[in-house]
Write a protein that binds this ligand. Structure first.
Ligand code: LLP
Length: 438
């Protein structure tokens, strides 16, 4: 986060609040969000895309992908900063509604939305429902008929791009569950079927999303190019010029020094060039562009603060050794290392140390050996129980994917701004866990 600093005493602070004070007041583990940083990333996406697409399609819409991290307060920030919100379940929709986000600022995704979720979305007047299958054409149409509304829909297109990222989070190659195939003709057929139902469905446009944590802009370019090809074909062969085109999210962030973040402006310029060139060449009106970043807004704004409980030296083959540093959280609050082999870094947060750095592994308190938070990091050799460790870049898909594994209450989310830390999601308690048992 932008406002993280280390004082002369070595204590890390964020938004003007020291981590030792945060730990004392709110306990650990805790997710700590730099509110100004979160807001400025959101705002800058919107400004950048508005600027770059100003002449082409009078600006662009940025749908924050709530799946990365959502709570009522964050939904408010997104709305206040002028962004739209992408929800993919009735639960995320409920958060958006509670936060006061109007329907016209919400889009709904999901590859198997229930009738109840579609109904809730249409009742709230969402600005788009993204159709992900032939079944859904019927389902959304039926709910719209029941409510007496015309549902604005996009069609999610599988563009056949192999995104270079972990296979679990690549979404545009053919053999996976999302979208309707472009090359197989399914997406075109879906457009035809949607256009046959003008009383209940309005075809706004196509949607593509090739995956997540992507650094190579070539994948986005190929995807946009193919989507625009279909966009034109639908205009020409079905006589329907669609007013919108969603290019999805997936913009990679730096978790360690291994990567540089994908610069939003550069990608926006590349996208605008493709959209302009192809629409001109094909003689179709330029659709209004939207994108759906989640990780790139939420991820870098947050770190997780843990307290060290034990430090254990373990001898490795070849005579080296590694310090196993156990913290008071783990795979229940950050499963990404175990699930995607993700790389994180960390730092000693509560003091300075001149001790020699040693190879360390930060592990959690759960009952399996894969419960690793940071695989490899150099930490001062005098690290000890009671020290605080900060793991940066945990704002996206950590709290969102968290669990209560081993009956572990989930950590709170704290927002820090202008020298004040406050709870925006409270810590779970053992009573919360027991409350569901009948
Ligand atoms: N739009 C759609 C349709 C998506 O499915 C996603 C992410 C996004 C936008 C936002 O992608 P982002 O900009 O955040 O990369 N749990 C995994 C990531 C799963 C991404 C799911 N879809 C992880 O922790 O890496």
């Amino acid at each position: 986060a932008q406002s993280v600093e280390r004082g002369d005493d070595g204590v890390l602070s964020v938004g003007g609040v020291g981590v030792a004070d945060i730990a004392r007041e709110f306990g650990t583990p805790a997710y700590v969000v730099d509110e100004a940083d979160f807001r400025s990333r959101a705002r800058s996406f919107k400004q950048t895309y508005d600027e770059v697409f100003a002449d082409l399609c009078s600006g662009a819409d940025v749908f924050y992908a709530g799946k990365a991290f959502l709570c009522t307060e964050v939904a408010r920030w997104i709305h206040q900063e002028g962004l739209h919100l992408d929800v993919c379940t009735g639960g995320e929709l409920a958060v958006a509604i509670r936060a006061g986000v109007p329907g016209e600022r919400i889009g709904m995704h999901g590859n198997n939305k229930s009738v109840a979720e579609i109904r809730a979305a249409l009742e709230h007047g969402v600005s788009r429902i993204v159709i992900d299958s032939f079944d859904e054409i019927e389902r959304v149409s039926a709910v719209a008929a029941e409510l007496g509304v015309v549902a604005p829909v996009l069609i999610r297109v599988t563009v056949g791009v192999e995104a270079h990222t972990h296979e679990f989070i690549a979404t545009a190659h053919e053999d996976q569950k999302f979208g309707l195939s472009l090359s197989g003709g399914h997406a075109f057929e879906a457009a035809r079927l949607v256009l046959e139902r003008p009383g209940t469905l309005r075809l706004l446009g196509l949607h593509t999303h090739i995956g997540s944590q992507i650094f190579d802009t070539a994948g986005f370019e190929v995807s946009a190019h193919r989507a625009l090809g279909l966009h034109t074909r639908i205009a020409k062969e079905l006589g329907h010029a669609m007013p919108e085109l969603d290019l999805g999210g997936g913009f990679g962030i730096a978790y360690t020094t291994e990567h540089d973040p994908l610069p939003p402006r550069q990608l926006a310029l590349q996208m605008a060039a493709i959209v302009e060139r192809e629409c001109r060449a094909d003689g179709v009106p330029v659709p209004r562009i939207s994108i759906e970043p989640g990780r790139a807004i939420a991820g870098p704004s947050t770190f997780t603060l843990y307290e060290v409980g034990t430090v254990k030296p373990v001898d490795l083959d070849g005579g080296a050794s590694r310090a196993y540093v156990s913290v008071d959280g783990g795979m229940s609050d950050n499963v990404r290392t175990a699930l995607y082999d993700a790389n994180y870094s960390c730092t000693l947060a509560n003091r300075a140390s001149d001790a020699e750095p040693v190879l360390a592994r930060v592990v959690g308190r759960h009952c399996e050996s894969g419960d690793i938070v940071v695989k490899d990091e150099f930490l001062p050799s005098d690290i000890t129980a009671g020290d605080l460790i900060a793991v940066p870049g945990t704002g996206a898909y950590c709290r969102a994917l968290s669990s209560q594994y081993n009956h572990t209450p989930r950590p709170p989310v704290l927002a820090v701004r202008d020298g004040v830390a406050r709870v925006i999601v409270r810590r779970e308690t053992i009573d919360d866990l027991l409350a569901l048992d009948v």
